[in-house]
Design a protein around this ligand. Structure first.
Ligand code: OGA
Ligand code: MN
Length: 325
């Protein structure tokens, strides 16, 4: 792994902006925000402070925010349009944007115990997700793990960073297939969804549209393969890249309390719901904010890589009298 000085270490732990306090809780991601009341519309200056805290910290946490579902949706709408998840359980016609995860002894959690960023099977995956804990939480267990995919990218060797620049990966809705049964009707419905959500090509290294940081943008839930590679090559490369989310230095483990709200920048993080609490109850609500186009980095210029090979310490002639072409 590259041994670089981590600039995140030097950032101040506590900062105040527009009357709110932002306290970092992790080196590479995570901060708790206090001094706001999410039951009421936020003043513009506070909203702007929260918006930039989200990009800087990738994951922001609000404690003791006993808000209603409507207030959650109103808070989410400050950041942009809310989207409707095609497969997650929602409130139907009344509030299709509101996802309710009601996991108890009869409904074990589905599909979130895999590292992922949300909905990367879409052409434009969400910009952010907001998850709210109700007061029905496991007495122990049920944490959520997060990983900074900017730190994950920074941790790759220069060689690997160059190698993956300009590659694209195929993302697919396949994890949701088991939700459909084998009846003819179910298979027809699945086919309709597959037509509506065809596999998408996304850059393996994306540029964060606000911070400009490079982010590793493949995840084991939705990413099937690297475009243009043999299957074995693709599998080996993805395995190496998926591993970056598993490195503890890139992670943050979030512990829920009743009425905690977590919001993550879905462009620069992955997460994993720890499914260790079943059959205890865990009731959560979620809204999701629409994202924009995914912009990648260009392929590393082969000429610059060739030139780089000829860099020699001063006074050392590695060409034996021949000039490099
Ligand atoms: C999600 C998700 C994690 C959790 O809402 O997208 O993955 O801990 N949830 O429930
Ligand atoms: Mn998720």
């Amino acid at each position: 792994m590259n041994q670089r000085v981590n600039p995140s270490v030097a950032r101040p732990v506590v900062s105040e902006r527009a009357g709110i306090t932002i306290r970092r809780t992790g080196v590479n991601l995570g901060a708790e925000i206090s001094g706001v009341d999410l039951r009421h519309p936020l003043p513009d200056a506070q909203f702007a402070a929260i918006e930039s805290a989200l990009v800087e910290n990738a994951l922001i946490i609000f404690r003791e925010q006993d808000i209603t579902s409507d207030q959650l949706m109103a808070f989410g709408r400050r950041f942009g349009e809310l989207t409707v998840h095609p497969f997650a359980p929602n409130e139907g016609k009344n509030a299709p944007e509101l996802i309710k995860f009601r996991n108890d002894e009869t409904t074990p959690p589905f599909g979130t115990d895999v590292w992922h960023s949300d909905e990367t099977f879409r052409a434009e995956p969400p910009m952010a997700t907001i998850l709210r804990a109700t007061d029905e939480l496991p007495a122990v267990g049920g944490d959520t793990m997060f990983a900074s995919m900017a730190a994950a990218y920074d941790g790759l060797s220069d060689r690997m960073q160059q190698y993956i620049s300009g590659l694209h990966a195929i993302h697919d809705m396949k994890p949701f297939r088991p939700l459909f049964g084998q009846s003819l009707e179910d298979r027809k419905r699945l086919q309709q969804f597959e037509l509506m959500y065809p596999p998408q090509l996304h850059p393996v290294v994306r540029i964060h549209p606000v911070s400009g940081r490079k982010v590793l943008f493949v995840n084991p839930q939705f990413t099937l393969a690297i475009d243009g590679m043999e299957e074995r090559e693709s599998r080996a490369l993805l395995d190496t890249l998926f591993h970056q989310a598993l490195i503890p230095e890139n992670q943050f483990r979030h512990r829920w309390e009743p009425h905690t709200i977590a919001m993550w920048d879905n462009r620069s993080t992955q997460h994993y719901a720890v499914h260790d609490y079943y059959p205890q109850r865990r009731y959560m609500e979620r809204v999701t904010i629409k994202g924009g186009p995914v912009t990648g980095v260009p392929r590393a210029d082969p000429a610059s890589i060739r030139r780089a090979k000829y860099v020699a310490p001063e006074g050392v002639d590695i060409h034996g009298g021949h000039k490099p072409h």
